[in-house]
Ligand binder design. Structure first.
Ligand SMILES: Nc1ncnc2c1ncn2[C@@H]1O[C@H](COP(=O)(O)OP(=O)(O)OP(=O)(O)O)[C@@H](O)[C@H]1O
Length: 284
């Protein structure tokens, strides 16, 4: 594992009964990169996420996460709460999971609950302000404010989260995940259902996470404009197997990817390859 590798997935397989949802899948994500995992419906993207975040235990394979400080974790051996707390992997889901009755700010403070409880020494005296709790509470609010600003939500801090428009709720989910100060942020279809303006705001937030925080991002996304615009690295899955891996530009021109997205049968791939080569030849 090189020093700039954050996540290494090796020979990952996941079987559900007779269905091989993921079959001998390997890829690496570099520290500081936005890595996108794409593929047609049912290709196995969410299953890969669920294996990385401990929701599923893979049938086979190794998932290694190496933190900035050099500490390594074998994620497939850890229960999900330790993947979040110790390995520092945060995630969002396809369907929004906020505390809709709590305010926007409260949602970000709840995310820092573990840290605050530790500072309280788990005692009432700790909570009323004796010991490090007060400083930690102040820091927690500062961190929440920082991410509210980045997510362009500072004006809505005191509104119930459930009152926000859909795109703002998506950004709040990401801000909440960032309040856990993750090494790796896994986003499951963050642009789903967003209008173009909301999609642009999401892109801006993801770019600022990459440049300002040092958190690396792994994302599943169907919206190709988001993928091509913000990703450093794209990995393509089809029927649980990797069919392409490279820069957005490389992947975009890979005939296998074009064939997968057009739903072309295996025997027709050669034809698509020839057609793409002809097109490229013609455009020079
Ligand atoms: N818990 C489960 N039990 C049985 N089969 C499952 C389970 N989870 C996923 N699958 C199957 O594994 C395959 C991959 O599903 P997965 O949800 O990972 O694909 P995906 O690429 O994320 O799809 P989409 O883009 O539609 O979200 C599918 O055939 C799906 O039906």
């Amino acid at each position: 594992m090189t020093s700039d590798t954050l996540l290494k997935v090796e020979h990952l397989s996941m079987k559900f009964g007779g269905l091989m949802a993921i079959n001998d899948f390997s890829f690496e994500a570099k520290r500081g990169d936005i890595t996108a995992l794409i593929g047609p419906n049912g290709a196995g993207k969410t299953t890969v996420f669920n294996c990385i975040t401990g929701f599923y235990k893979p049938t086979m394979g190794m998932i290694t996460l190496k933190q900035k400080g050099g500490k390594e974790f074998l994620l497939e051996r850890l229960p999900d709460f330790r993947i979040t707390k110790e390995a520092k992997v945060a995630r969002t889901f396809q369907n929004i999971r906020l505390f809709s009755g709590l305010t926007v700010l409260e949602n970000l403070l709840v995310a820092q609950h573990n840290k605050l409880m530790k500072a309280s020494g788990f005692t009432v005296m700790g909570l009323v302000g004796i010991g490090p709790y007060r400083t930690e509470a102040k820091n927690a609010i500062e961190l929440a404010r920082h991410w509210l600003q980045k997510a362009d939500l500072i004006d809505r801090a005191d509104d119930p989260a459930g009152d926000l428009p859909y795109g703002a709720q998506r950004r709040l989910e990401i801000a909440r995940a960032m309040c856990t100060e993750p090494e790796l942020l896994c986003l499951d279809e963050p642009a789903a259902g967003l209008n173009p303006r909301e999609s642009a705001a999401l892109n801006a937030l993801l770019r600022s996470i990459r440049t300002d925080s040092g958190t690396s991002i792994l994302l599943i996304e169907h919206d190709m404009s988001v993928v091509m615009e913000i990703s450093d690295h794209v990995v393509v899955l089809e029927y649980g197997q990797k069919i392409s891996d490279g820069t957005p530009e490389e992947v975009k021109h890979d005939p296998r990817v074009i064939a997968a997205y057009l739903g072309v049968e295996d025997e027709e791939v050669e034809e698509v390859i020839a057609a793409v080569e002809n097109l490229e030849g013609g455009s020079h």
